[in-house]
Design a protein around this ligand. Structure first.
Ligand code: NDP
Length: 451
C-alpha cells in the first residue's frame, strides 16, 4: 500500500475503532475488507469524495429489541434480539438470523457488513443484513423453540418485508425455526409473501437451498483447483462443524471423489481415517437434526474413528481444509500447522473463520485461500432464487437450480480471478472478492448522491 493510502487507511480505521468501541469482530471484518479497497480506490477520487467506504462501514440501522418467552416450567425468560440492516443500495436487505449464546451486536454487525459484499458478488439484487439473538437453542424443547421464534417474529415483523428485508437461517436457525417464524409473520400480517427464505418446499421454499452453501463451497474449490489444472478426485479434506454447511460440504466433497476425514462441534472433533462417506454423513444429519446429539457419539458408532475433546481439527494432515462452523475458529498456529502438513487449499464455508494472522500465513505460503464471502455465497444465491420464485409464484426443479448454483459459483470465481489477478496465473481471492463486491455497491451509491 502506498504511503498516502496507508495514512488514509490508518485514519479510517482509527475512526471505525472510535465509533465502535469493543466491537472486535466488526472492526476485524472492516479492516480485512478495507485494506484492499483503499488500494483499489487510490486513483479513484470519486469514491473518496463520496466517503463510500465510511458509509458502507456504518450500518443503515441497527434495531435491537426485547424478546420475552415462557419456558416449559412457566418461567418468564428475557433475551435480546437484533436486526442489522447494513446496506440496501443494490436490493432489499438480505442475510440470516442466528440464535446462539455468543451472539452480540458486534458479531451481527460484522456478519451484515460481510454480507453486503457477498451478496453483491452473487450478481443478484440483494443488499446486506443480519439478525439474531443471544437465545441458546441447545437443550430447549420443541415448544420452547416455537414460543421463542413466535415472540422474536412478533417484534421483527415490523422491520421486514419482501421488498424491504428478507431474513434466512444461520447458526441455530434451520427449517424448523424458519417455519415457526414464517407462520407467525403470516398470522400477524395476514399476508403470504416471500418474507423469509430457507422455507420448506411445501410452502414456498426452494429446492437446493439446504444444500446450497456447502455444495457451493465445494464447487468453488473445484474452480480454484481447475484454475491450477488440478481437481478434487482423491484429495483428503478436513472439515469443521457438523451443521448445515459442514454436512453438505462433506456430501459434495465425497460425491466428487474426495475423502472427508473430520467433522466437529463445539465439544471437539471426530477423526475417521476410513473417510466419512455418504452413509456416515446421513447418520450425522440425523444425529444433529433429529436427535440433537453431540458429534462425540460418532466415535462410539463407527470403528477406527476417534473423538478429540476440546480440540479443533486443523492438526490433521490433509490436502484441503474447510472451516464450516463459526468465526475465528482457525488461528495463526493452526494455519501454520495446515501449511506445514501440506494443505494446498483452504475454503471457508463459515463466515470469517480464519483470524487475520491466520490469513496472513496462507497468503505468505502462497496456498489457495477462498474467503467466506466468495466461497459460501451459494446459500444466499439460492435464497435470492427463492425470492424470485416466490415473486413469480413458480418453483423450479432441483436439476435447474443445481445448474444455476454451479453457474453462479463459477461466475463468482471468475469475478475473483478478474479483480484478484496477481500475475503468473495466480489469484488473490481475498482481494478479488473484496473489490468485485465493493464495486457494484459503491457505484450504486454514487448514483444515488448523498443519501
Ligand atoms: P448450524 O447451526 O447448522 O451448524 C453450526 C455448526 O458449527 C455446529 O456443528 C456447531 O456446533 C458449530 N459451532 C457453532 N458455534 C461454534 C463455536 N463457537 N465453536 C465451535 N463450534 C461451533 O450452522 P450453519 O452450518 O448454517 O452455519 C455454519 C457457518 O456457516 C456459520 O459461520 C454461518 O454464518 C455460515 N454460513 C451459513 C450459511 C447457511 O446457508 N446456513 C450461509 C453462509 C454462511 P454446536 O452444535 O456444538 O453448537
Amino acid at each position: 500500500m502506498p504511503s498516502s493510502q496507508h495514512s488514509n487507511f490508518t485514519e479510517f480505521m482509527e475512526g471505525v475503532e472510535k465509533r465502535n468501541p469493543g466491537q472486535t469482530e466488526f472492526i476485524q471484518a472492516v479492516r480485512e475488507v478495507s485494506q484492499d479497497i483503499f488500494d483499489y480506490i487510490e486513483d479513484k477520487p470519486e469514491y473518496h469524495e463520496a466517503q463510500i467506504m465510511r458509509r458502507i462501514a456504518e450500518p443503515d440501522r441497527v434495531v435491537s429489541f426485547r424478546v420475552c418467552w415462557e419456558d416449559d416450567d412457566h418461567n418468564i425468560r428475557v433475551e435480546r434480539g437484533w436486526r442489522v440492516q447494513n446496506n440496501n443500495a443494490i436490493g432489499p436487505y438480505k442475510g440470516g438470523i442466528r440464535f446462539h449464546s455468543s451472539v452480540t451486536e458486534s458479531v451481527l454487525k460484522f456478519l451484515a457488513f460481510e454480507q453486503t459484499f457477498k451478496n453483491s458478488l452473487t450478481g443478484l439484487p440483494l443488499g446486506g443484513g443480519k439478525g439474531g439473538s443471544n437465545f441458546n437453542p441447545r437443550g430447549k424443547s420443541d415448544s420452547e423453540i416455537m414460543r421463542f421464534c413466535q415472540s422474536f417474529m412478533t417484534e421483527l415483523y415490523r422491520h421486514i418485508g419482501p421488498d424491504i428485508d428478507v431474513p434466512a437461517g444461520d447458526i441455530g436457525v434451520g427449517g424448523r425455526e424458519i417455519g415457526y417464524m414464517f407462520g407467525q409473520y403470516k398470522r400477524i400480517t395476514g399476508r403470504w409473501e416471500g418474507v423469509l427464505t430457507g422455507k420448506a418446499v411445501e410452502y414456498g421454499g426452494s429446492e437446493m437451498r439446504p444444500e446450497a452453501t456447502g455444495y457451493g463451497a465445494i464447487y468453488f474449490l473445484r474452480c480454484m483447483l481447475a484454475h491450477q489444472d488440478n481437481d478434487i478426485e482423491g484429495k483428503t479434506a478436513v472439515i469443521s462443524g457438523a451443521g448445515n454447511v459442514a454436512t453438505h460440504a462433506a456430501e459434495m466433497m465425497t460425491q466428487l471423489g474426495g475423502k472427508v476425514l473430520t467433522l466437529s462441534d463445539s465439544d471437539g472433533f471426530v477423526h475417521d481415517p476410513d473417510g466419512i462417506d455418504q452413509e456416515k454423513i446421513d447418520w450425522v444429519k440425523r444425529l444433529k437434526n433429529e436427535r440433537g446429539g453431540r458429534i462425540s457419539e460418532y466415535a462410539d458408532e463407527f470403528s477406527n474413528a476417534t473423538f478429540h475433546e476440546g480440540e479443533r481439527p486443523w492438526n490433521v494432515e490433509c490436502d484441503v481444509a474447510l472451516p464450516c462452523a463459526t468465526e475465528n475458529e482457525l488461528n495463526e498456529d493452526e494455519a501454520k500447522a495446515l501449511v506445514d502438513n501440506g494443505c494446498i487449499a483452504v475454503v471457508e464455508g463459515a463466515n470469517m473463520p480464519t483470524t487475520l494472522d491466520g490469513i496472513k500465513v496462507f497468503k505468505d505460503a502462497d496456498i489457495l485461500y477462498a474467503p467466506g464471502k466468495a466461497a459460501n455465497a451459494g446459500g444466499v444465491a439460492v435464497s435470492g432464487l427463492e425470492m424470485s420464485q416466490n415473486a413469480e409464484r413458480i418453483s423450479w426443479n432441483k436439476e435447474k437450480l443445481g445448474d444455476m448454483l454451479t453457474e453462479l459459483m463459477q461466475d463468482i470465481h471468475s469475478k475473483c480471478a478478474e479483480h484478484g489477478d496477481v500475475g503468473d496465473g495466480k489469484v488473490d481471492y481475498v482481494k478479488g472478492a473484496n473489490i468485485a463486491g465493493f464495486k457494484k455497491v459503491a457505484d450504486a451509491m454514487l448514483a444515488f448522491g448523498v443519501v
